[in-house]
Design a protein around this ligand. Structure first.
Ligand SMILES: [Zn+2]
Length: 360
């Protein structure tokens, strides 16, 4: 074998005998670095291309894997590994993997719906809406009002200090938001109106400019009601200038009814703005006995027409009277509801009546 492995110029086996020849060849191989000659004979157990399965030493009881069929990367039969895992774990419910349902899209003129406090009107009760307006100016009592049972409907003046945090806190407390828009009243109340009121002496362009400024002072409100306004709301021509901006903004109108001569609901109708009206003022006279009487009046109105809307203010006696009265509502067959819920109900009723009129 050595004679075949080496060139046959010199045969050491012939020269020195077989054992000496083997020793000479191994010595030469060592210095030439031919490691293959030094491999123990056991290495010949392996051959190139042979698969070697090695049992993990630390887990001796695990059986060797059987043949694994790798799925094709395309085609209908391919199921990704994570899908297999999902099927294997029922607690990993499909809901976890589904996208959340898309937010409902409202027509632009009903943008208010996205800011409405989610509410299911209880059909076995009469409904009362308590609007507190002039909100935000007296910060202390405005914040105190947020602690009353929800959902109140809170109407903020645009010139209130820290209007954004105040309105955000109100909404986060579960109350509904409105914008309280100053309009000129009969008599000299200029100081009570606040900045940029709607005055009957203003041009239509200026009225629109001021209305825009109020409408854009904060966001998240469902409706507008007039602050004062006994002069302005009796002027139909001027209301017709302003009402279309409410429709553009996608909010509805609550007529505070500071005058019996108000034209606001008619103007709202003409402009395609849904509207409601106030039935009871709670605290025109700022004393506890009067406010309690007005709350009793509110109950009677709700009993008669199914719902009633009151307007009050964030003031000590009003807050005290409401603190006593609101927890008793359920026992009287009444429920406090946000104004948007009544608006929604009234719109549904109007559409139903319109359909019936068409069908008949
Ligand atoms: Zn007001």
């Amino acid at each position: 074998m050595l004679s075949r492995a080496l060139p046959v110029l010199f045969d050491p086996a012939q020269a020195f005998g077989t054992r000496a020849a083997r020793l000479l060849v191994l010595t030469l191989a060592f210095f030439l670095g031919l490691d293959a000659f030094w491999q123990p004979t056991a290495s010949s157990d392996y051959s190139v291309g042979q698969e070697v399965l090695v049992r993990p030493v630390e887990t001796p009881s695990v059986p060797l894997a059987s043949t694994v069929t790798v799925p094709p990367l395309t085609g209908a039969s391919f199921v990704p590994v994570w899908e297999q895992e999902r099927a294997a774990y029922p607690w990993d419910a499909p809901a976890l993997f589904q996208a959340s349902p898309p937010a409902p899209v409202y027509p632009p003129e009903e943008r208010w719906r996205q800011f409405a406090v989610p509410f299911e009107l209880p059909r076995d009760k009469k409904w009362v809406v308590v609007v507190l307006d002039d909100m935000g100016v007296d910060v202390v009592w405005s914040l105190r009002a947020l602690q009353l049972p929800k959902p109140l409907t809170l109407s903020y003046l645009s010139h209130a200090r820290r209007l954004q945090p105040q309105t955000k806190a109100a909404r986060a407390s579960g109350h509904e938001l409105m914008l309280h828009l100053p309009m000129e009243s009969i008599g000299a109340h200029a100081g009570l109106l606040g900045p940029n009121p709607l005055l009957v002496s203003l041009s239509p362009v200026e009225l629109q400019r001021r209305t825009h400024a109020h409408l854009n002072s904060f966001d998240g409100y469902v409706a507008v009601n007039n602050h004062m306004g006994s002069l302005f709301t009796s002027n139909r021509a001027l209301l017709d200038v302003v009402m279309p901006l409410f429709r553009q903004k996608g909010v509805f109108f609550l007529d505070s009814r500071t005058t019996a001569a108000t034209q606001a609901e008619a103007a709202a109708d003409a402009a395609g703005v849904p509207s409601l009206r106030r039935q009871v003022f709670l605290d025109d006279t700022d004393d506890l006995a009067t406010i309690r009487n007005q709350l009793a009046q509110l109950e009677r109105t709700a009993a008669r027409q199914g719902y009633a809307i009151a307007i009050g203010h964030p003031r000590p006696y009003t807050v005290q009277a409401l603190t006593e009265w609101l927890p008793l509502l359920a026992s009287k067959g009444l429920a406090l509801v946000p104004i948007s819920a009544v608006m929604d109900w009234q719109l549904a009723r109007q559409r139903l009546l319109a359909r019936q009129a068409q069908g008949g």
